[in-house]
Design a protein around this ligand. Structure first.
Ligand SMILES: *Cc1c(COP(=O)(O)O)cnc(C)c1O
Length: 377
């Protein structure tokens, strides 16, 4: 006898800033038999997973693999491997996640220069040009593609050009864009990128797809100091995930890969590729427009400049208790949406349309539920 009841999580509709609802197909993959992390059958699945990650990222980078850990582990992996104590770096801040990049960079011992704009705004090419001219010794520029805290979508190609013209590496947070917005790692010359599984890939949280360009690998290989994180040291991790460039099969144990999560990610990426990356992006956009017009017809307004399809940041009307509405959506309708963060705390809702959750059915269900809550709260 135990005092505990069996696990029985509710079937929520997850429309917050992540996690998104996981399709049964991925849950089934997660429940497949666990293999050993050096079993040739498993290595085959893992290699396919890395290849599908390249396909979705739009890259041929050999060093593309899933970091064991959520998006923040991916962020940390990029920073600890590409920054040495004493390096100068530049970071763009327009919300929560740019601020976290800065914190990570400082912990790596870097001198960090910031390009800051108000929350919700995006960073201009001119602002980057000014920053790289002012700090020519900087080795890297970090930026967030899809700022989940505000709904701002950052354009990247022009900025990448400015960064490379200055001879610096370009590092991008794509946690809320991979699988939901256009993202072209090679065409946009991104040197280091990290994402997460539980946003637009609709996989449970637990892995962070990352990819490093040959220039980024060169910077890592030229390090004079060891990476201070043992767990996230890519010089060791790559011997396992990519065979270190040696003949395939030469896989060195570093840590036990989260086998079943890799199955889940493999299934999630397969679903993305079956749908087609471009079609998937188009679906997110179409569903976002439908949500937007429905909300606006109800008299609600987006936070100005909020243009992400995957994360819709909507102002809470005057006099409405934003937390009470979210509470009612959850308890009466089993729908989860997010509250505002930072400067938008208490003043906005964050509605995710991510992956499996980006459907007409979810949009219409939420609109009807929200209408009810607003009329009677
Ligand atoms: C969610 C998110 C992260 C952090 O990912 P976790 O999986 O929560 O660790 C980082 N950056 C952005 C833009 C995010 O939306």
């Amino acid at each position: 006898m135990t005092p505990y009841a069996s696990l029985d999580p509710r079937q929520r509709i997850l429309m917050g800033p992540g996690p998104s609802t996981v399709p049964n197909r991925i849950l089934r993959a997660l429940g497949s038999p666990t293999l050993g992390h050096l079993d040739p059958q498993y290595i085959g699945y893992m290699d396919e997973t890395c290849q599908m990650m390249r396909d979705v990222f739009g890259t041929t980078n050999p060093l593309t693999f899933p970091v064991s850990g959520t998006g923040m582990a991916g962020m940390e992996a990029v920073m600890v491997n590409l920054i040495e104590p004493g390096d100068e770096v530049i970071v763009c801040i327009n919300g929560v996640f740019g601020g976290r990049m800065k914190d990570n960079m400082q912990r790596c011992g870097a001198t960090v220069h910031t390009v800051e704009v108000p929350w919700g705004k995006t960073i201009s090419e001119e602002a980057i040009a000014e920053a790289v001219a002012k700090h020519p010794r900087a080795t890297m520029v970090g930026i967030v593609h899809a700022e989940t805290s505000t709904g701002a979508l950052q354009s990247l190609p022009e900025i990448s050009q400015v960064v490379h013209d200055a001879g610096m590496l370009f590092a991008v947070d794509a946690v809320t864009s991979m699988g939901g917005h256009e993202l072209k790692v090679d065409d946009w010359q991104i040197d280091a990128i990290y994402s997460g599984t539980q946003k637009c890939l609709s996989c449970p949280p637990g892995l962070s797809p990352v990819s490093f360009s040959p220039a980024a690998v060169e910077k890592m290989d030229a390090r004079k100091t060891p990476v201070q994180s043992w767990y996230l040291d890519v010089s060791m991790l790559r011997n396992y995930y990519t065979g270190g460039g040696a003949s395939s099969g030469a896989r060195a144990y570093h840590h036990t890969a989260p086998i079943n999560m890799i199955y889940a990610l493999r299934e999630a990426l397969m679903i993305v590729l079956e749908e087609g990356v471009d079609q998937r992006v188009a679906r997110h956009h179409a569903v976002h427009l439908e949500l937007r017009s429905g909300l606006e017809a109800m008299g609600l307004k987006y936070i100005p400049d909020c243009s992400l399809a995957t994360l819709n940041c909507v102002a809470t009307p005057q006099g409405v208790d934003e937390a009470a509405v979210r509470q009612r959506l959850l308890t009466e309708y089993d729908i989860e949406i997010g509250g505002g963060l930072g400067v938008f705390a208490g003043k906005a809702w964050r509605i995710g349309l991510m992956g499996f959750g980006a459907t007409k059915r979810n949009v219409q269900t939420l609109l009807a539920a929200l209408k009810d809550c607003l009329e009677t709260t």
